[in-house]
Design a binder for this molecule. Structure first.
Ligand SMILES: Cc1cc2nc3c(=O)[nH]c(=O)nc-3n(C[C@H](O)[C@H](O)[C@H](O)COP(=O)(O)OP(=O)(O)OC[C@H]3O[C@@H](n4cnc5c(N)ncnc54)[C@H](O)[C@@H]3O)c2cc1C
Length: 658
């Protein structure tokens, strides 16, 4: 494979290494190849092949550049949305294929639905799973890198088995059935690795937001409040922070006061009345108007909820902030226990917190274990641990002789009953693959795809249900994985995780040190490693749903070149004092773009029904219709893997009963 060198126009780009040959490039826009891997870009294979997955070179986890919702995966769905698709669709080709069940969406919900259906209907049940991406797993995607002789894994989306509330019996049951031994996690985690090198979590102040670039200790704590519990006010960390943080002197005073004041900002109200008020104001509003802190304090906290909600403290309620143990509530005498309208993420639950497991590729391992169950030839091996290094054989996913077929690169465009929904014996599913329109028939269909898509697929659904489906927002996120040649700069700066409230990516971490199934995490600072960076695309100050819509547009319209430049610039400014040179040290970049990321979770600031009770939009949206059932984590308005599984189980049950 030949690379074309980009012409470098200015010295800054040269310093950042934008001219360097790395495994990425916007000229391929998401279809470049892994360093050293003998592999063709997929779109080149696709040009002369109706079945690119059958090529021995087809291996999406190793592709770099823009992944996640990669170029080519969404054009058909967007033309359906824009009303232009059917004008030029032409007559479909009937594949002649008939199934017991066709599932739209090959994420964990779709794969789990196939698994549950088979358990009820038997192993001979014929199932087709369609997904518009070039890889299975939905958000649960795997990234692979080769740096020198080192093979590195990363998570492209879903990070871990974890949930704010305990896994249901159904979800836990599936995890166990797949052989995942959650309590054994600590056997695989080298939990003291970074601590043994003296590394900790730090905060990076950027000059555009705070007037100076500076990396310093991070005294903010999102959830567990441990800094306060352990004599925070007297700690060395606080003293160091106070000396180094480039924020106004008044902001430093306010920051200390926020922890020490212990004032009741709503005197005279009962605990319930206070919670009701806090549920209706943002944490930013609480800090500014009730506590009266300097704007620099707001700027510091702004991005703290990004990882959970994809928005900042302007769009998270003060009641939820109290649930997360953010500061300011110690003097308010709030009764423990959730208030009305609290987000489930904000309600601490010890049992749930203990149920945690991270594979090196995140929950892509769950997707791969499910695929192994459904199409054993596609993923070799037998045990939980050996799935980590098992190489998926994409050519086996869609074989005529297999009862379960997984058809990638295939966007469903219509799902309809063959006669009226009440009496129909079959549904017909139309889909586009390689630019051509096809149909297949099935006794039933489960739509495990994003809810906003469903009204465009199923014209026959009742209007009220279509509206409820359309109300399901998605939270846009960027998960960028950067393979670097060594992490000596992290070691010199004594940091393994950075919160950067004013930067493009507001979070950055060295890979979690997990060794499992023959895969060895990086232990020495001189060795290559994956740095994981997270961005929530949001526009503070607007209602959450509006922020998500604007963020989605931003992610779709930003070129890889811009994302790459931002990554290089941020790494250089954060780690440069430790000797990091982006032109020398970056080996590969994979940006996992998720414009349709987390399921939208109801928010007491913007969704009055969430405070009032009654039927929620997701309950209306997920009602079965004739031979069509509806799954996906959207069906529970809950952005976690267990919900994708719970909803799959419900939907499969509805089909089996019908
Ligand atoms: C970046 C990120 C990180 C996350 N981290 C965690 C975590 O650490 N732990 C956790 O529990 N949860 C996490 N989540 C949430 C979790 O990943 C999801 O709740 C769960 O995986 C969703 O699975 P799903 O099958 O419901 O949806 P998805 O994974 O979105 O799968 C749906 C699939 O349907 C496809 N599709 C859509 N329309 C069509 C069509 N017309 N035709 C064909 N296919 C279509 C989509 O492209 C997609 O592949 C994360 C989510 C994101 C985005």
């Amino acid at each position: 494979m030949q690379y074309t060198e980009k012409i470098v126009h200015d010295s800054t780009d040269r310093e950042l290494g934008m001219h360097r040959r790395i495994t990425r490039r916007d000229f391929l826009n998401g279809v470049a190849v892994t360093a050293g891997a003998a592999m063709m870009p997929w779109h080149l294979i696709a040009e002369d092949s109706a079945d690119p997955e059958k090529s021995p070179n087809y291996y999406p986890p190793a592709l770099t550049g823009i992944r996640g919702s990669h170029p080519g995966s969404f054009d058909v769905a967007h033309s359906l949305r824009d009303g232009t698709f059917w004008d030029s669709a032409g007559k479909p080709t009937d594949t002649g294929e008939t199934y017991d069940l066709i599932i739209v969406g090959g994420g964990i919900s779709g794969l789990a639905a196939a698994h549950f259906y088979r358990k009820a209907a038997g192993d001979k049940a014929r199932i087709l799973i369609l997904d518009n991406h070039d890889d299975f797993g939905g958000h649960a995607k795997r990234n692979e890198f080769r740096v020198g002789d080192r093979h590195l894994l990363g998570f492209g989306g879903t990070y871990s088995i974890e949930s704010p509330a305990p896994y249901s019996a159904v979800a836990k049951g599936l995890i166990e059935e797949l052989g995942i031994d959650v309590p054994s996690y600590f056997k695989y985690l080298d939990k003291d690795l970074y601590r043994s090198h003296g590394l900790t979590s730090k905060i990076f102040f950027d000059r555009e937001t705070f007037g100076a670039d500076r990396l310093t200790v991070n005294p903010l704590s999102l959830r567990f409040g441990d800094s306060r519990d352990r004599g925070f006010a007297e700690s060395d960390a606080l003293r160091k922070f106070m000396a180094e943080a480039p924020i106004a002197a008044l902001a430093k005073q306010d920051f200390r006061r926020l922890y020490e004041e212990k004032k009741d900002y709503l005197p005279g109200l009962s605990s319930d009345e206070k919670k009701a008020k806090l549920a209706r104001i943002s944490y930013a509003g609480f800090l500014k108007n009730m506590v009266g802190v300097h704007d620099d304090v707001l700027r510091m906290y702004q991005a703290m909820p990004h990882g959970l909600f994809g928005v900042g403290i302007d769009a998270v309620s003060a009641q939820d902030a109290w649930g997360f143990e953010l500061p300011g509530f110690d003097g308010m005498n709030l009764d423990p226990g959730p208030g009305k309208g609290m987000n489930r993420d904000a309600i601490p639950n010890e049992e749930a917190e203990k149920y945690f497991f991270h594979f090196p590729d995140g929950n892509a391992s769950i997707a791969r274990l499910l695929v192994r169950r459904l199409v054993p030839e596609a993923i070799p091996g037998r045990a939980m641990a050996d799935v980590v290094l098992a190489k998926a054989n994409y050519a086996k996913l869609d074989q005529a002789n297999s009862p379960v077929r997984i058809r990638l690169n295939s966007t469903a465009v219509r799902v309809k009953h063959v006669s009226d929904a009440a009496g129909a014996k079959e549904v017909e599913v139309a889909y586009v693959r390689g630019g051509k329109l096809y149909t297949a028939q099935a006794k039933n269909s489960i739509l495990a795809c994003w809810h906003v898509v469903i009204p465009y697929l199923c014209d026959e659904l009742p209007d009220k249900q279509k509206q409820a489906l359309s109300a399901a927002q998605k939270v846009p996120l960027l998960y960028s994985n950067v393979a670097i040649r060594d992490w000596t700069s992290f070691q010199k700066l004594a940091v393994n995780s950075v919160y950067a409230p004013g930067c493009y990516h507001t979070g950055m971490n060295l890979d979690s040190p997990v060794s499992i199934g023959g895969y060895q995490c990086t232990r020495k600072p001189e060795e290559p490693i994956v740095v994981h960076m997270m961005k929530a695309a949001c526009q503070p100050g607007k209602p959450a749903r509006v922020q998500h819509s604007l963020g989605r547009i931003e992610l779709y319209s930003t070129t890889f070149e811009t994302m790459e430049r931002n990554i290089r610039d941020q790494l250089a400014r954060t780690l440069g004092p430790g000797g990091f040179d982006p032109a020398r040290d970056i080996a590969a970049i994979t940006v996992n773009r998720w414009p349709h990321g987390y399921a939208y979770e109801y928010n007491s600031l913007f969704d009055s029904f969430w405070l009032e009770g009654g039927e929620t939009p997701c309950e209306v949206a997920r009602k079965p219709f004739g031979r069509i059932a509806i799954a996906n984590s959207d069906a529970g308005a809950y952005a976690y893997t267990d919900e994708a599984i719970n909803q799959a189980w419900r939907a499969a049950g509805e089909i089996v009963k019908s």
